[in-house]
Design a protein around this ligand. Structure first.
Ligand code: FAD
Length: 391
């Protein structure tokens, strides 16, 4: 088995790391400021990414190679945003690329790709279990050559400042559950689109891209041509979006783990408990370091294998592997960030390092894109089937 990177990927990864050190990591201390005030610095970073040839890297590289780049970008909370590889735009670009008409690509995909606008993805509803995306209340009814959309969504990430939403709505209530919903593109300035609030998520609701909004769709009218993919294809498209998305998330989380690990080791090696004792000399800390090292390496290998299998056998063929990495890496992420905070003591609780930001923002890793329990169910059922269960 060859674990080496191709020379091209190696060069891309090195370029990305240099970009992160120079343009992104210095922005971290400003993370708690209003999004608007970060714009001049972020625009400069985005311009530098374009110049370095690392803009929208997920569309430049095959999945397995982008995975290594995503890890580099994950080392800072603004890495993906600075190169236009951020959620939810990366997933929406993929959807539009896959299922968009020529006109939709021109009107919606191109401006997101160039970075001139942002987008959001509106599926989960406060009144329905998000872990069962076949059961939605939001409807889209055909009327007078338009779709009329009515419903309430929440946790629509990055809606604040987005130009359009891709909305999942029931168009065919009498069809079988997996064929009931469709995806429809809704410009956010359409009458009836109302952003009710940025939901406080383990802290203030904030503003701009790093937010999660509650949205009311009150008889929102858009042209029939805004249907994305076929009528009733919403569920199938959502699955298409989530497969590579889970690999992207996992590699971003591994980037977070690596940076947290580095911070933990640096602190342990330099923090003196007394004139002749360093924190790193304590066996508990050494155990955390040793276990974190092995867990991160194991997580990376699992994700690269899942990506490798998905490229060869498609999402269906790699379903079990994709589910396994989703909960495994989310668990490693939570453990490593938590240990790093513990080693930093009070400093770990401040925003002087990115650790506290990650603890607040990434707890959700075990919930979005399928909660741990759902993915564990997929893996366990596949295992049990070999022994006669689950038939
Ligand atoms: C930070 C964040 C960002 C998000 N961004 C978006 C977004 O951009 N767009 C969007 O549409 N949605 C988004 N979501 C919503 C996300 O997809 C849902 O939260 C997720 O699907 C779970 O749905 P739910 O919250 O309704 O939980 P529920 O479905 O009510 O589940 C609650 C809990 O029940 C348990 N559970 C559920 N199903 C099973 C099962 N089969 N077996 C055993 N236990 C089970 C799990 O522990 C789960 O956590 C986001 C969520 C978060 C937290």
């Amino acid at each position: 088995m060859d674990f080496s990177l191709s020379p091209q990927t190696e060069a891309f990864v090195a370029k990305t790391r240099a970009f992160m050190e120079k343009h992104v990591i210095p922005l971290e201390l400003k993370l708690h400021q209003p999004w608007e005030s970060l714009q001049p610095a972020l625009k400069a970073a985005r311009a530098a990414a374009k110049e370095a040839g690392i803009w929208t890297p997920q569309q430049q590289l095959p999945l397995e190679e982008f995975a290594r780049v995503s890890e580099e970008l994950g080392r800072s909370p603004l890495g993906h945003y600075s190169t236009n590889a951020q959620a939810p735009d990366a997933g929406n670009m993929e959807l539009l690329h896959l299922a968009g008409t020529d006109e939709q690509k021109k009107k919606f995909l191109e401006p997101v790709r160039s970075g001139s606008i942002r987008s959001c993805f509106s599926m989960t509803e406060p009144g329905r279990a998000g872990s069962n995306p076949t059961w939605l209340d939001t409807t889209a009814i055909e009327d007078d050559g338009q779709w009329v959309i009515t419903g309430k969504k929440w946790f629509t990430s990055s809606a604040d400042g987005a130009s359009f939403a891709i909305v999942m709505a029931v168009t065919d209530p009498d069809a079988q559950p997996h064929l009931r919903a469709s995806m429809i593109i809704v410009p956010c300035d359409t009458p009836g689109f109302k952003l009710l609030r940025n939901i406080p998520v383990m802290g203030p609701g904030g503003d701009g891209w790093p937010t999660h909004s509650e949205i009311e769709y009150n008889e929102v009218r858009v042209p029939l041509a805004n249907l994305l993919g076929g009528r009733g294809a919403g569920f199938a498209l959502a699955q298409e979006r989530l497969g590579p998305g889970r690999i992207h998330h996992c590699m971003r989380w591994i980037g977070i783990c690596e940076r947290s690990f580095e911070l933990m080791c640096k602190r342990a090696a330099t923090r003196q408990l007394s004139p002749d004792t360093f924190l790193g000399s304590k066996q508990t800390v050494q155990t955390w370091i040793a276990e974190s090292r092995a867990s991160i390496d194991a997580a990376r290998l699992l994700v690269l294998h899942a990506g490798w299998k998905m490229q060869r056998e498609g999402q269906r063929g790699a379903r079990q592997e994709i589910s396994a990495v989703k909960y495994f890496v989310a668990g490693v992420l939570q453990e490593v960030v938590d240990r790093a905070i513990q080693v930093h003591g009070a400093l770990g609780m401040t925003d002087d390092t990115p650790l506290a930001y990650w603890l607040r923002h990434e707890r959700a890793a075990r919930i979005y894109d399928g909660p741990d329990e759902v993915h564990k169910g997929v893996v366990a059922k596949a295992c049990l089937r070999k022994y006669g269960e689950g038939k």
